[in-house]
Design a protein around this ligand. Structure first.
Ligand SMILES: Cc1ncc(COP(=O)(O)O)c(C=O)c1O
Ligand SMILES: N[C@@H](CCCC[NH3+])C(=O)O
Length: 448
């Protein structure tokens, strides 16, 4: 991993994008294929917008993370960050492979348990856990709760005692390290809401070690997301190592270090974060301490496993200006471009379209917001009404961040596993948009 963000201004071509996405191939006849399955065939069968996830990609990337840790000689448990993509099929797949889960809410706890992930393989993170969520987690016997504040520690101790249980905890420490990522997804700076201030960590750990209802086993840190450089990880882990040593010198026992998630992927021309480099940083800074380590990857394993299929509703020409390609998918489906100005590759499904010389265009959705823009001045072939595209790297923080804004139903979801595709969520029906809403009797139609 390079230590400077390796962005360039030049956008990758379709050929370059396909070269960095081994699960995608352009077939001269069938068009864009994922794991040997025609994405056009899927769009024909279920319509658009549709999320498509490659199970093989997810398995391969989780295996690479695991192997990287093992090759470094580290004892590391992998807890997939459920927030990245919480579909039951995904969690079931990961549960079957023996992975644990990192959760941040009662909803994610329920999903992970429903998918068959054992409670003792679940880590409960999250800056604000309600009493009800903590009770549920402790009653189910989750493996570890990452405590975010002194206040929360006392709340957990009280709930555990009331339930007659002992809660195994780590303290999540804010190491005040800049992860050099987007400001909205950096979490390890003192100004961020996450974690316990580094300076308070040792004394709070000493207190936690004496609290009834609490089994304090160590520390956790998570400095942000889409991290491309290894340097911030090393800086954070070095600080955590110092903390472990200082706490141990007080005679306290520390056996666990949860190293968080955050490894970044290549959306545009970035060099993606390398699991082997992450393992190297963990080994260099923490390897000598005899700790049981954990990581919580979300984006890295599943981001590149997914695409979002959309169709051009209109090619809105504007004379000499770049045209607007208005898709049938929008910011209510994929929020990342509107929220973070995120860059996602856009590839036509038709080989013929993909081979046509590109012109600059703006790719937008139909939602009534100018921010509903997937790409500005993107070099793309002229795309006519009805042309279909795949928006790349949408497996993480895609479907999970969707809404029904503008009364747009939730998109369909498909999983490709071992060369066969499965519908894993039908497109939401129109009347499901309001099926939980009630209208007071005096407002119903016909009432004057
Ligand atoms: C505590 C915690 N762990 C893990 C993750 C997963 O991060 P990522 O998807 O970047 O790997 C997050 C999200 O940033 C998080 O807040
Ligand atoms: N939602 C963010 C990542 C947040 C990570 C969770 N702490 C994204 O799409 O990049």
């Amino acid at each position: 991993m390079a230590d400077a963000l390796p962005y360039t201004d030049a956008d990758p071509t379709v050929t370059e994008l396909l070269a960095t996405h081994p699960n995608l191939k352009m077939d001269g006849v069938c068009g864009l294929m994922m794991d040997g399955v025609s994405l056009t065939a899927i769009a024909n069968a279920v319509g658009t917008p549709t999320w498509v996830i490659s199970a093989d990609t997810l398995r391969t990337r989780m295996a690479r993370l695991k192997n990287a840790m093992q090759a470094a000689g580290l004892d590391v448990s992998l807890h997939y960050a459920v927030k990245a993509n919480d579909h039951l099929a995904i969690l079931s797949l990961l549960g079957k492979e023996g992975f644990g889960a990192d959760i941040v809410s009662g909803g994610e706890l329920a999903r992970a348990l429903k998918a068959g992930i054992a409670a003792n393989k679940i880590v409960f993170s999250g800056v604000g856990k309600s009493d009800a969520e903590l009770q549920e987690a402790i009653a189910h016997g989750v493996g570890q709760i990452n405590v975010e504040s002194a206040e929360e520690l006392d709340i957990i101790a009280a709930i555990a005692q009331k339930l007659g249980r002992t809660a195994t905890i780590t303290l999540r420490i804010n190491p005040d390290v800049d992860a050099k990522t987007h400001a909205k997804i950096t979490t390890g700076l003192a100004a961020n809401k996450f974690g316990i201030p580094y300076e308070e960590a040792a004394s709070l750990y000493a207190r936690a070690s004496t609290l009834p209802g609490i089994n304090a086993v160590g520390f956790a840190t998570h400095i942000g997301s889409q991290i491309l450089s290894v340097a911030p990880y090393r800086a954070a882990y070095a600080r955590m190592a110092e903390l472990v040593q200082s706490v141990r010198s007080q005679g306290l026992s520390v056996s666990v270090m949860d190293c968080g998630g955050g490894l970044g992927i290549s959306y545009r021309t970035e060099v993606e974060g390398q699991p082997e480099a992450l393992a190297g940083a963990m080994k260099a800074e923490l390897g000598h301490l005899g700790l049981k380590l954990a990581i919580e990857p979300g984006r890295w394993p599943i981001g590149p496993a997914g695409v979002l299929l959309g169709q051009v509703i209109l090619n809105k020409a504007r004379g000499a200006e770049a045209p607007f390609y208005v898709l049938d998918t929008a910011m209510n489906d994929l929020l990342r471009p509107s929220m973070y100005d995120a860059w996602h590759g856009i590839v036509p499904l038709s080989a013929q379209d993909a081979a046509t010389p590109a012109i600059p265009a703006h790719v937008v959705g139909p939602v009534c917001e100018s921010g509903d823009t997937f790409a500005r001045d993107r070099l793309l072939p002229p795309l006519q009404r009805g042309a279909r595209v795949a928006i790349l790297d949408t497996g993480a923080y895609g479907a999970v961040m969707s809404s029904t804004y503008n009364s747009r139903p939730m998109a369909a979801e498909v999983l490709i596993d071992n060369g066969t595709w499965h519908s894993i969520r039908p497109r939401q029906k129109r009347d499901a948009l309001w099926h939980t809403e009630t209208v007071p009797a005096h407002l119903t139609a016909g009432n004057t």
